[in-house]
Design a protein around this ligand. Structure first.
Ligand SMILES: [Ca+2]
Length: 126
């Protein structure tokens, strides 16, 4: 069976992506905890923003509930609306990555002030 040029291109792209994933996986293993944390922030943003590249309010809500449950208590609709408006600095009803990073900085700063040593772990109760 002959493969079509389109299939070859797709296969080549798949191989390139696999190589990049392997290289990234190798790099990730040698990263510091801080670098690993930064990569995780990027990956989580991409996971929830998807192809569109920004967070709508429902995306932010899901991200907070699923990824930040130890740091942020469940929010009422009004609280989420207020948070979203505060984070959406250019008022386009989307949270882009730069706006998201500000949110990460706000939460991290709040947690740093409230860190409570607890056995071998640190517990943050925002
Ligand atoms: Ca925005």
């Amino acid at each position: 069976m002959h493969s079509r040029p389109g299939n070859q291109a797709t296969r080549k792209e798949g191989q390139q992506e696999a190589l990049e994933r392997d290289a990234f996986r190798t790099a990730k293993e040698s990263m510091s905890n801080l670098e690993y944390g930064m990569v995780t922030v990027i990956q989580v943003f991409k996971e929830y923003s998807g192809e569109k590249g920004y967070l709508k309010k429902a995306d932010l809500k899901a991200l907070i509930h699923k990824e930040m449950g130890h740091f942020i208590k469940k929010m009422a609709k009004k609280e989420l609306d207020e948070l979203f408006a505060k984070l959406d600095q250019n008022s386009d009803r989307e949270i882009d990555f730069k706006e998201f990073v500000v949110f990460m900085a706000m939460v991290t700063s709040a947690c740093q002030e409230l860190l409570i040593p607890f056995h071998d772990t640190l517990v943050c109760g925002v």
